[in-house]
Design a protein. Structure first.
Length: 436
């Protein structure tokens, strides 16, 4: 009771209520900042591959192996992060995650061996960022919002992808002028700011403030609090359905064609064509701006239209844009067209995928099932992060990886339409995974 009375969120929630503003929007703002900053930590290695090669003599495949481990853990932590949030609350989990990420980055200022890179950037940062990945956004959206949930998922997803891209030009400029360690110090400062925001303003559930989720008019049934073992039980049940594996496979391709390829290797690819790191990072930043618009719009659309057809167009257009890039001649006009076209579609796939997951597996288990689907996303990202680096080392070219990723996106576009219309019944898919 004393905590509730003294916590700043209590007074702020009262002030917002008098103005008819739901406190869930404050939680969204804090979560937006957190996901943006931690996503910047995820995207930073894309800027740092070339400086690490120069300082330590490590080749692209070696560095990519550490980054692949980071991406695998980033994804595999998803379902367990969801279980921990259900058990202990998002606030504690997020503060723990921010501490892990900052600790790993600070320690890496003194790294000198490949195993240091693998341990700190691969394992420690991978676990920390995995605890604040897209599952956090899905958890906040489903707990705090009954109406406008697709829009909230779109906003929080946009923060994750945009954070990976928009901060890159700043990191690239700092790295070019002061070295890669200066970039890591900046990220640590941003992590501290996000942590203070979470400490002051984040609450786990609307019930903690005596509120209902936005759009609800009566209390909801109490939710269960599964442990890590419960996350595995959810996987066993969801894994018996075809819809889970379709979502898993298409999200595997989503990760392969975004985080694993563009986020990790776009700047080194540009360097192969005589484009400097700052200019390459600026193109990524432009993608981030278009991504913000595209993902928020996707959230709005996912509340109103068939999510399967939205995903069909997203994957299909992304595949075509990746196949176009090698023919752009990496000119200003060509890269600008790619940044706009690809950026609008960068991670617009998340809101429809979250809504399909919630509609097929139930509100209370949606974040756990989506956590496993997101694990597929990061397994795809890790596969291509390493595979593209290997292609560059063995074939002196990234282009085979880009053509392969484009083809996979076209396959995903067809695969998603094999799901039955979610509005229809009798498709053999349970509406909710049983609780354990």
């Amino acid at each position: 009771m004393a905590f509730r009375a003294l916590h700043p969120s209590t007074a702020l929630a009262g002030a917002f209520a008098r103005r008819d503003i739901h406190y869930g929007w404050v939680v969204v703002a804090v979560t937006f900042l957190t996901m943006l900053v931690t996503a910047g930590a995820v995207g930073a290695p894309g800027v740092l591959i070339l400086p690490l090669q120069k300082e330590f003599g490590w080749d692209t495949a070696t560095i990519s192996s550490a980054l692949a481990i980071r991406l695998v853990l980033f994804g595999l932590m998803g379902p367990f992060a969801a279980a921990l949030m259900n058990r202990y609350g998002p606030r504690r989990v997020v503060l723990t995650a921010l501490s892990l990420i900052a600790g790993g980055l600070v320690a890496s200022l003194w790294m000198s061996q490949v195993w240091h890179l693998i341990l700190l950037w691969g394992v420690v940062v991978g676990i920390g960022t995995g605890l604040t990945a897209l599952v956090l956004g899905a958890t906040v959206a489903t707990r705090w919002f009954s109406h406008r949930r697709g829009l909230v998922v779109g906003l929080l997803t946009a923060s994750s992808a945009t954070g990976q891209l928009v901060v890159l030009p700043v990191l690239a400029a700092l790295t070019e002028r002061f070295g890669w360690r200066a970039s890591l110090l900046l990220i640590c400062g941003l992590l501290l700011a996000a942590g203070l925001g979470v400490l002051a303003l984040m609450r786990d559930r609307p019930e903690d403030l005596g509120l209902l989720p936005y759009g609800e008019t009566r209390p909801l049934a109490a939710a269960s609090t599964p442990t890590a073992g419960g996350a595995v039980a959810v996987l066993r049940n969801a894994g018996r359905t075809r819809v889970f594996w379709v979502l898993f496979a298409t999200f595997f391709i989503c990760g392969a064609s975004t985080n694993g390829l563009i986020q990790t290797h776009f700047i080194p690819l540009c360097a192969d064509y005589g484009i400097g790191p700052v200019q390459g990072a600026s193109v990524l930043a432009a993608m981030g701006i278009f991504d913000f618009v595209g993902t928020v719009a996707s959230g709005w659309l996912s509340d109103r239209y068939d999510n399967r057809w939205l995903l069909f167009w997203y994957y299909g257009l992304r595949g075509l844009s990746l196949m176009f890039l090698p023919f752009s001649d990496f000119s200003f006009v060509g890269l600008s067209l790619f940044a706009a076209f690809y950026g609008l579609d960068w991670i617009a796939t998340v809101p429809p995928t979250v809504r399909l997951t919630a509609s097929r597996f139930g509100r209370e288990r949606a974040n756990l099932v989506f956590g496993w689907v997101f694990a597929g996303h990061q397994l795809g990202a890790a596969t291509v992060a390493y595979g593209a680096g290997l292609s560059r080392t063995a074939l002196s070219s990234y282009l085979p990886a880009f053509f392969a990723a484009g083809a996979l996106c076209l396959i995903a576009a067809g695969l998603i339409l094999t799901l039955a219309d979610p509005e229809r019944r009798g498709d053999g898919v349970p509406n909710a995974v049983p609780a354990h």
